[in-house]
Design a protein around this ligand. Structure first.
Ligand SMILES: [Zn+2]
Ligand SMILES: [Zn+2]
Length: 119
């Protein structure tokens, strides 16, 4: 699973809303990019920042339940089961969002995480 590029992450962040101002234009603050794949997203409107986690290989290794959940999740477009996790963000303390790609039709979409509730 290749790690996503900055451009890709920025494009896909436009599909979710800022926890503070509900805007959906975000950038990546490249000064805060860390070697372990943790990035910092910033709302272009209110400058709210939040962590982005891009090292999903590591995440899936440490959260063995999640690959199983991903296989069970169905795509909102084609209804086939099975998605891959591209990256995730913590938009607020209560809101974690997964950015997924359907393995069948390659459609990408964000999904509010209910996965963590199972931990
Ligand atoms: Zn904002
Ligand atoms: Zn699909």
């Amino acid at each position: 699973m290749p790690n996503p590029t900055v451009k890709e992450v920025e494009t896909r962040l436009a599909t979710v809303q800022c926890a503070i101002c509900k805007g959906s234009s975000f950038g990546i603050d490249e000064r805060f990019m860390q070697a372990d794949g943790e990035w910092r997203g910033i709302c272009r409107k209110c400058y709210y920042t939040f962590p982005i986690y891009t090292d999903m290989e590591f995440y899936l290794r440490t959260q063995p339940d999640i690959p199983y959940r991903l296989k069970e999740m169905s795509c909102p477009t084609c209804n086939q089961r099975g998605v891959s996790l591209n990256f995730r963000i913590t938009m607020s303390v209560r809101e974690s969002i997964y950015f997924l790609t359907c393995t069948a039709c390659q459609k990408t979409y964000p999904e509010r995480s209910s996965l963590e509730a199972f931990e």
